[in-house]
Design a protein around this ligand. Sequence first.
Ligand SMILES: [Zn+2]
Ligand SMILES: [Zn+2]
Length: 239
Amino acid sequence: MKWTSRIYKFFIDILYPNRCPVCDSFIGYDKLICEKCITQLPYIEEEYCIKCGKHGCICGKHKIYYDKCLSFIYYEGKGKDGIMNLKLKCGVNFAEYFAEKVVTALDERGLLSQIDFITATPTTKDKLQERGYNQAFEFAKHISKLCDIKASENFLVKTDSELNQHELSSAERKSRSFKAYTLSSKAPSLSGKTILLCDDVITTGSTLNACAKILKKAGAERVICVAIANTNHYSKNKK
Ligand SMILES: [Zn+2]
Ligand SMILES: [Zn+2]
């Protein structure tokens, strides 16, 4: 954490005491998550396919438009609590904690230096108005701050506000999600660029895939996806 941000957090903490985004207990102004929750988060420790991001690789079954996909925890238990806090209360501590993990993981794989732009899966205008923020872009902004690569929300637009992805079946999601996103008219030239595409949770991967397809069509050379959580339970439930 930069010293300017430490000072800012110190004073904000006097007005609004800092809380753990997972269990809601009070924590120091310079902490992001309480020590107990840090040790108890459902980290993904098993090997998964680095291309599609799944334990049960789906690369052979579907056309995957993104080139790499990293995620860090399972979307369950304390992992789900942290995501819900980010989603519903803009609990950005959770996004900031995982932004550090993203930057380290990308650096270890030699990918960080290749990234030209950072963006996030878009949300609809209605949702943005209702919540006031897009949690995926909040995550992107924290990654951007740590690695000094510009984050922009102006790459993709989500067009269909009627659809609630979570209420659709996997097949419906797949076919519809390709229609639900378009390239923004404000997007810069993406020709030959490597883009880091951020999301909070990967479910089937269809949202990331639909967005990656558009970015590739617009000329992007590579799309690297990162998400905080993954709903893939392959190793836990299907063994
Ligand atoms: Zn906690
Ligand atoms: Zn795969």
